[in-house]
Design a protein around this ligand. Structure first.
Ligand code: 3PG
Ligand code: CO
Length: 555
């Protein structure tokens, strides 16, 4: 039968302290002025790259290598950390939803049957991120779902849109809203009462994560459920256009708005008897809303009204909490993660990041499960993120504090693996502020230095990598790779992630002599890192894990 026991590695010893450092949004790209990692002073990461060539390499962090539908899909933290932690490539939410929509199976599942019971008398509400970023959701999936739901009996549909500008260029939300409006108009021609009912920017409305700021979810609740918002418009296109006229307005941060009819009445609050679908497939930024929609007992903010609805997630977002209990598509079953194996084999684990990335090194790392596997073997520390700001204002974020926690955990000798995520290059990169992103990259590098110095002190091993690219390329490029200009001649800032590969570096005084990167895994990706780390802990990886990146040569 199944056993958690891992075989001993034939050559590598146990008992070394290993620091696993994930730089969020740190890819490898040509050195130029839009490569903030190149422009920033990053001596620690530079020294790894310039060190022994057999201890530094690149791995794939996007597309099929991390379970996304195509190689045109940029990497992201969810799939990146899933791959790093699970050591295998799982078809991810984006892909699973594509398949379920294409086959029509989505309409035969338990989740759809459940919400369908409301179609006769209630409204179907669809809430989610409106873009083609493919990180949290995709417009084409929403379009298919709208069509399918109406064909399967939905007579009244309200869409609550969250504008993006983070996984796609800022300013594109107008086009996405126009496209959606066209689709809804076509549905209306077919006799379906379909409209956009509310909206707002994803970073202001609904899509908070890891309980950083419940006010974000409350603003969404007020607009979506109660039909209340500071801004009221007759149409969503008008709303987005008008709200973007404010100085420094940005798709990510648009304030909440509701659409009202000629009498000033909101066109689509959520009421008893309605059905709701959150159409994002990615979990982290939907979990909080899912709790608000689903939990009878809830004290995070005053919901004022808690309508009796039938709610389904596009996916189940948290496998441990079984949240939400109804969903349209089954999530990837990311089982037997490296974290779970290692605690069963005596590896004591410490994991830390600041709030906005905390779940990345815990929840995502562990296959979208919240909580510990074996509490007595693990400690997860969350450092509170700066609150209510965009991170270009504080680009150093909590990198130093994270590094100090890692240092203390290493020096305590209570842990065999000390794992951190350094958020700077990603979170500041997403703001599109190039100057601040340069400061962010340096701050992350300073943190790496502190952790590497500590590993040196205790005779340990380090594995430094990243989950996907971001800060290494801050400009939108044409097919030839040249920066794209807008109609005013300004460069188009790339706030999103990239398709670039990411580094993996190993080293430290505890690294056994003769350990080096193999040359026969040229296409290695993030999923190959888990077996590598298991080896460095002195274990063979399970047979079905993606192969290790290292070999041990006798010398
Ligand atoms: C976000 O949620 O902030 C972005 O859409 C993706 O960023 P992440 O994958 O690095 O978290
Ligand atoms: Co990111």
């Amino acid at each position: 039968g199944f056993s958690w026991k891992l075989n001993d590695h034939p050559k590598l010893p146990k008992g070394k302290i290993i620091a696993v450092v994930v730089l969020d949004g740190w890819g490898e790209a040509n050195p130029n002025q839009y490569n903030c990692i190149h422009v920033a002073e990053t001596p620690a990461m530079d020294s790894l790259k310039k060190g022994a060539p057999e201890k530094w390499r690149l791995v794939k962090a996007h597309g099929k290598a991390v379970g996304l539908p195509t190689d045109d899909d940029m990497g992201n933290s969810e799939v990146g950390h899933n791959a790093l932690g699970a050591g295998r490539i799982f078809a991810q939410g984006a892909k699973l939803v594509d398949l379920a929509l294409a086959s029509g199976k989505i309409y035969e599942g338990e989740g759809f049957k459940y919400i369908k019971e409301s179609f006769e008398t209630g409204t179907l509400h669809l809430i989610g991120l409106l873009s083609d970023g493919g990180v949290h959701s995709r417009l084409d999936q929403l379009q298919l779902l709208l069509k399918g739901a109406s064909e399967h009996g939905a007579k009244r549909i309200r869409v609550h849109v969250l504008t993006d500008g983070r996984d796609v260029l800022d300013g594109t939300s107008i086009g996405f809203v126009e496209t959606l409006e066209n689709d809804l108009a076509k549905l209306r021609e077919k006799g379906v009462d379909a409209q956009i009912a509310s909206g707002g920017g994803r970073m202001q409305v609904t899509m908070d994560r890891y309980e950083n700021d419940w006010d974000v979810v409350k603003r969404g609740w007020d607009a979506q459920v109660l039909g209340e918002a500071p801004h009221k418009f007759k149409s969503a296109v008008e709303a987005v256009k008008k709200l973007r006229e404010a100085p420094n307005a940005n798709d990510q941060y648009l304030p909440p708005f509701v659409i009202v009819d000629d009498n000033g009445k909101p066109v689509g609050p959520i009421v008893d008897g309605d059905a709701v679908v959150t159409f994002n497939f990615r979990a982290d930024r939907m979990v909080m809303l899912a709790k608000a929609l689903e939990y009878e007992d809830f004290d995070k903010f005053d919901r004022v009204r808690f309508p009796k609805i039938r709610y389904s997630g596009m996916l189940q977002y948290d496998g441990e909490l079984k949240l939400p209990s109804h969903y349209l598509v089954s999530p990837p079953e990311i089982d037997r993660t490296s974290g779970e194996y290692l605690v069963h084999n005596g590896v004591r684990t410490f994991a830390c990041s600041e709030t906005v990335k905390f779940g990345h090194v815990t929840f995502f790392w562990n296959g979208n499960r919240s909580g510990y596997f074996k509490q007595e073997m693990e400690e997860y520390v969350e450092i509170p993120s700066d609150f209510g700001i965009t991170f270009n204002v504080e680009p150093k974020m909590k990198a130093l504090e994270i590094a100090e926690k890692a240092r203390d955990a290493i020096l305590s000798r209570k842990f065999d693996q000390v794992r951190v995520n350094l958020p700077n290059s990603d979170m500041v990169g997403h703001t599109g502020d190039i100057e601040a992103t340069i400061v962010a990259c340096k701050a992350a590098d300073d943190a790496v230095k502190m952790i590497l110095d500590t590993i040196e002190q205790v005779g340990g091993i380090y594995v430094v990598t990243a989950d996907h690219g971001n800060a290494e390329d801050m400009v939108k490029r044409n097919k030839k790779g040249e920066p794209l200009l807008d109609k005013n001649g300004n460069i188009q800032i790339l706030t999103s992630h990239t398709l670039q590969p990411v580094p993996v570096a190993i080293g430290g005084p505890g690294l056994a002599p003769g350990v080096r990167f193999r040359e026969d895994v040229p296409d290695g990706g993030l999923a190959n890192v888990a077996a590598t780390v298991m080896n460095l802990h002195g274990f063979e990886a399970p047979a079905d894990y993606e192969s290790t990146l290292i070999e041990v040569v006798d010398n």
